[in-house]
Design a binder for this molecule. Structure first.
Ligand SMILES: C[S@@+](CC[C@H](N)C(=O)[O-])C[C@H]1O[C@@H](n2cnc3c(N)ncnc32)[C@H](O)[C@@H]1O
Length: 320
């Protein structure tokens, strides 16, 4: 294992200090600044309105399906999602207005069919959903997607790319975890930066990784690993991938029905294998805005969640 000091170099720290200054001199949080920058980029450059097809609401219900839309609703797409009490995911998790309930309320954990007909769907998008599910629920979701698709129909599937986290941990790139969490912090205050600088970086990275991909850092889970024990847990398991696999296996799926957190990890190979088991044969790795279906090459509606850490895979259903 390397112990390269430049992976957490003074240059990086200096750059972060510069950001602190900018945040201090400006009452906008870093998070808002990053979001605004992303919006500007999307509006200015990426596929603005190129594919009118995806905004065509005249298709009959169920021809375009979005499983697990979160807060992303679109008039042309039939949305399938679980609800949280009476609320949508966006209202429950992000405090958004409780409008836009899904067209079809469906919880993958129940293993019920999606109430849409076989073979009539042109395209299905399911992004950043299956890491919230158990493996049986994921298998069921993919089997249902296969049933709904017409010949030539496309399933676009994505999730956080666990390999990025495993590789960063194993090469001791502690800044990867630091930077990642700064982007997602509610308010990236100077105090937060200071706290992070004082933290033991391996400990912080181990906790950050286990808490993102499993429930073991939560007191409510039957097996718990405290903040200070996470690095030892990873070392004892023999590395990042083995540790996260163990942590996922120790995560209580019933508890996750209400929590809705991440409890499985996905890589390109595991996604391919899961699609193959569900009956897909024509499976390809994709990338940000590179869908084989023009319908899904639109940055307003697709690939918006964490493109920098996402693995995209697509399957086209061949004629039987
Ligand atoms: C992180 S959001 C992703 C939203 C959106 N697809 C995106 O990429 O931004 C996770 C989505 O998965 C859905 N989800 C989580 N667990 C689910 C389950 N058991 N059954 C159906 N959907 C579920 C959530 O309700 C939410 O819509």
């Amino acid at each position: 294992m390397t112990n390269n000091p430049y992976l957490f170099s003074p240059n990086r720290t200096a750059r972060l200090r510069k950001v602190i200054k900018e945040v201090e001199g400006n009452d906008q949080s870093l998070n808002t600044a990053v979001t605004e920058r992303a919006k500007t980029l999307i509006k200015s450059r990426l596929h603005k309105g190129t594919y009118e097809l995806s905004t065509d609401a005249s298709r009959p219900d169920g021809r375009l399906v979005c499983i697990g839309p979160g807060g992303a609703f679109h008039q042309a797409w039939t949305t399938v999602d679980k609800t949280y009490g009476d609320a949508s995911w966006a209202a429950h998790r992000r405090g958004a207005e409780a409008t836009n309930l899904p067209d079809i309320v469906w919880d993958a954990y129940d293993l019920d069919p999606i109430p849409l007909p076989r073979g009539e769907t042109e395209a299905i998008v399911c992004q950043h959903v299956i890491e919230h599910l158990t493996e049986p629920a994921t298998h069921h979701l993919l089997t249902e997607a296969h049933r709904l698709l017409q010949d030539g129909g496309v399933l676009r599937l994505s999730s956080p790319d666990a390999n990025l986290f495993f590789d960063a941990y194993d090469r001791e790139d502690w800044a990867f975890f630091w930077e990642h969490d700064i982007i997602y912090a509610e308010t990236a205050s100077p105090e937060l930066f200071r706290q992070m600088e004082e933290t033991d970086r391996r400990e912080y990275a181990a906790y950050s990784m286990l808490s993102k991909m499993s429930l073991v850092t939560l007191d409510e889970n039957p097996t718990t690993v405290s903040y200070g024990d996470c690095a030892a847990f990873v070392a004892e398991a023999g590395g990042a991938q083995a540790a996260v696999t163990k942590a996922c296996a120790a995560s209580d799926a019933d508890l996750n029905r209400s929590l809705g957190r991440h409890i499985t990890w996905w890589s390109v190979d595991r996604l391919r294998e899961a699609m193959r088991r569900a009956g897909f044969t024509d499976i390809r790795r994709s990338a940000y805005l590179q869908s084989q279906s023009p319908l899904m090459r639109n940055a307003f509606f697709f690939d918006r969640t964490d493109p920098h850490q996402t693995v995209f895979v697509e399957a086209c259903k061949p004629a039987e």
